[in-house]
Design a protein around this ligand. Sequence first.
Ligand SMILES: O=P(O)(O)OC[C@H]1O[C@H](O)[C@H](O)[C@@H](O)[C@@H]1O
Length: 553
Amino acid sequence: MSQDERGTPVSDDDTPAGFELGLAYPDAEALEAAIADLVEERVASRIAAHDATLWGPDAEEEAAKRLDWVDLHVTSASLVPQIEELRAELNDRGVHHVVLCGMGGSSLAPEVICATDQVGLTVLDSSDPDMVRGVLDGDLSSTAVVVSSKSGGTVETDSQRRAFEAAFRAADIDPSERIVVVTDPGSPLDDLASESGYRVFHADPGVGGRYSALTAFGLVPSGLAGADIAGLLEDAGDIAEDVTADDDTNPALVLGALLGLANAGGVDKLVLAEAGTANRGFADWAEQLVAESTGKTGHGILPVVVASPESPNATASTSDEVLGMLGPMRDDHPVAASGYGFAIDAPLGALFLLWEVATAVAGRMIGINPFDQPDVESAKQAARDMLSGGSAEPDPVFTDDAITVFDTSGWLPEDVVTVSGAVAALLDHLDPEHGYVAVQAYLDRLADPALAGVRDTLATRTGRPTTFGWGPRFLHSTGQYHKGGPPTGVFLQVTSEPAHDLAVPGRDFSFGEFLLAQAVGDGQVLAGHGRPVLRLHLDGSSRAREELLEALG
Ligand SMILES: O=P(O)(O)OC[C@H]1O[C@H](O)[C@H](O)[C@@H](O)[C@@H]1O
């Protein structure tokens, strides 16, 4: 980190192979003092001892049920042979392809684990009818489906399960031979799985969704797909002592202190760039952990996931960012305009545990409960209201060629009559010091991944931190921060007519209706928080996509 002489490598002889953490910060004394306080208060060893009082009296009840993740490298070990046995059984029956149905904490970790190990796993974390159909159209004769939900009540996951059950039956395959369930004991999904004769893996109810990478939620789909899950737990075990030690070289204390201190100094964005790490897609997992854990009661840190250190936003451009480079330390790593930056790398299992402890530490410094997600439910309720006819779909403001434009609360000036004009009007609402743009694309991410490139277009155009989330996936990640964090976002929703809608078996709504209700419902809740939301509804043609790109560029 040559741009900042205060950059400091943190590691000692005991840290595991492959671990690196390098830091830059504007005030060495303040960081040292913050770490010294954490050591003095024995925060790390108290997390290890499941001390639920660390986040204040209001958080105590929740924290008391949510700290088992510190022991998972030990307590999850017994799952490994069970998963390996089931994998061998499935392979013997010619089943080699694994689909995972699950949202947020129930799918982000397996996605990273399998991508990092380069084993195939199809993650279905959407209610987009075209995306669901695309996955259903795969070769069912060689497919097993893992249905993962901690609560057992997430509508996306329930709908995906119904669709697969129907598809298996239509293909003359007994669903009980192919569906594997991961859920908490006693959940509605647990009950259904028992009635249906599905193989069930119970997760530890003492671990919240976003801290569950090393529970059955992370291990079952990844292990069935062929990832090295025993190695993952070993890697976590190798760093467990380091990250729970009351010591000023504890890397989780150092990272947590850096984030907490930066936040106290006005930094509320964390840019995460893949910078040479072998842990593929790790930023998407960390995004949920940090956004849902910290983004509430008007506080928090918004992860801004970018492709590389060369991406717009991964430069020293704005003073409300800390730059986090995911990969080994390099001399030319950028440091944020705020002065805060870091580079981090470690084997994946170690990194999961380190970031969990660091987030819990930062949460204590920020003064929030890192284990709840109070604003996620409001958007779910708004979607349910719309599906049950309790609230109507809003009227469009105008249609311009292949795109129909909706706003919320009538903020769009009346003289705006083009899509380009509407986008420009939305961006006019950006606060130049703390504002951010959130693009929320309720589209098929497997069919059109390149659309995520509009993130860079808007980041360059505005010079402000810009996030890109696929709906409804982001609702289970940054969605909490959008509604509960500082009210500084402007929101661009993109929805589309599907190529073909798809019924949800046994329900009185289709996937397309559900997806639209999720977009409209979340938009209403954001508007209720006083935020401008612009929805561009594409007519499904390739012309609509071109028109969108023209308006954003
Ligand atoms: O695992 P589930 O109960 O289906 O929950 C999936 C996701 O749902 C909500 O969005 C929560 O905010 C997330 O933290 C959670 O990971």
